[in-house]
Design a protein around this ligand. Sequence first.
Ligand code: PEP
Length: 251
Amino acid sequence: MARKPIIAGNWKMNMTRAEATALIEALKPLVKDATSDVVICVPYTDIDVAVKLCAGSNIKVGAENVAWAEKGAFTGEISADMLAELGTEYVIIGHSERRQYFGETDATVNARLKTALGKGLKPIVCVGETLDQREKNRTKTVIRKQVQLGLEGISAEDMASVIIAYEPVWAIGTGKTATSEQAEETIKFIRGVIAKMFDRKLANKVRIQYGGSMNPKNVKELMAMPDIDGGLIGGASLKAPDFSQVVNFDK
Ligand code: PEP
């Protein structure tokens, strides 16, 4: 069975509510005929606006993180229940910026993932190597560990709603894209790790995105690779014409 591509925007810490409104209104008509799933992952303060504006459209709304705890003394965190209550459908977990600046580890990724799944959110779990790790030929070792520890204890049933984003850290926000061959090689490797953890049939169903300076110019080539099932898009998701061209890569 063919995997349906999923193109997700990651707005990061951008877009006030007024800016979000303008972007979504511009985006809706441009992506309405998409053949892929279309998601925008937005700052917490934009979620209610985004859910309201995207209702009745083909755009789904996601958050950029979720707490591992259900509730309680976790100042500054947002719970899965709070996200679900607003109509959030997807959530990014373990983005490299969270790993780099906010102490995210494979253990916290795994804990957040379990909580998200338990509350019916569809997680986009990010993995990726740094430039130093790639140059030292450690890419596969690093990615294997992130996948194995990140997905530890997840049931085969729950894996059906997990999306993986392979995002080489050196390609995020730098304008440097992995070549389609580099991205394919690592994504195929990730599918192999998932096959070993679960089974090949399930691994063949899991959607694995590429992320890292994906844009209207390189999307076609990346999406032509057999194991690349979509993209997680940062910079190019902040402009309706750019994001819509990425979404409409097959038009
Ligand atoms: C990202 O933030 O996940 C990302 C891929 O960013 P960019 O597209 O800007 O490299």
